[in-house]
Design a protein around this ligand. Structure first.
Ligand code: HEM
Length: 246
């Protein structure tokens, strides 16, 4: 299609995009469309996030700190909106969710390959996480690719080492401007991601209660609450305790 034939609907493939919301409930439950759209929109944002992380990793490897700061600002803004989006489902009362939950079969957010790829890209490697990855059969290619790369923390620490800057010096010497901004942006990302986890677990408790198991076979909110403690940048948190202790 030539550029003059392109229009808003053809450029965005709106005919295909708007075909993809297909409620399973019969008769169709009036709340299922919202449920599908919040999930699909989140997956689209996960796609953009993974794309931005590719840019970020290249920028870190090329020592382009300024570009990395900008990319992290974009990533943080996206994480904020994907978290906020969950709030739309706060309006779904438990008994109404129950009316269509049976139609979802064994679908569960824990099967989201892109979410796992974001966690893996960000730096999760611990045994609990690795076990969760194996639960749904073979690890998807997008996750394997992320696992094969160094963690963000490792890339950042290598960048500091190349410049001969220690983590303590980064925070205490005045000349590290952009590098310090990048470290703070990583911490903000960690906080933003934990806020997604927290809003999600609150949503889960609000809709299915704190003790109901998930469709993915977990203990539901009990399992999800534990994930809030996970850290992508343990070193950036540890250094703060050392700075505080003085
Ligand atoms: C009615 C709203 C929702 C309920 C009741 C719900 C419930 C749950 C439960 C119980 C789990 C634990 C795994 C399991 O056993 O299934 C889970 C995991 C998950 N859900 Fe949701 N969820 C909801 C909305 C969402 C939305 C909108 C997203 C956006 C993509 C999402 C993404 C995820 C992800 C990524 C996980 C895996 C989290 C992890 O393992 O750390 N969920 N969900």
């Amino acid at each position: 299609m030539s550029a003059d034939e392109l229009s808003y609907p053809t450029y965005l493939h709106l005919d295909r995009l708007l075909e993809l919301q297909q409620p399973k409930s019969v008769p169709e439950h009036p709340d299922e469309l919202l449920f599908i759209v919040v999930h699909q929109a989140s997956e689209l944002w996960f796609k953009v996030l993974l794309h931005e992380f590719d840019q970020l990793i290249a920028q870190l490897e090329q020592d382009d700190v300024q570009a990395a700061v900008f990319t992290m600002q974009r990533i943080n803004s996206l994480v904020g909106l994907v978290a906020h989006e969950l709030r739309a489902l706060d309006t779904l009362p438990p008994q109404r969710f129950k009316q269509f939950r049976g139609y979802l079969g064994s679908s569960s957010g824990s099967q989201s390959a892109q979410f796992r790829a974001i966690e893996a890209t960000s730096g999760l490697r611990e045994s609990h996480f690795m076990a969760a990855l194996q639960e749904h059969g073979e690890i998807p290619a997008v996750v394997q690719r992320a696992l094969a790369r160094p963690t963000l923390q490792a890339l950042f620490l290598e960048m500091l080492a190349r410049r001969g800057v220690t983590l303590e010096a980064l925070y205490t010497e005045p000349q590290h401007g952009l590098l310090l901004m990048l470290a703070e942006a990583f911490l903000e990302y960690e906080q933003g991601f934990a806020q997604w986890r927290f809003l999600h677990v609150q949503l889960v408790e609000r809709i299915i209660g704190p003790m109901t198991g998930g469709t993915g076979g977990t203990l539901g909110a009990k399992y999800l609450n534990k994930t809030i403690q996970q850290r992508f940048f343990p070193e950036l948190w540890a250094v703060r305790a050392r700075l505080y202790a003085g």
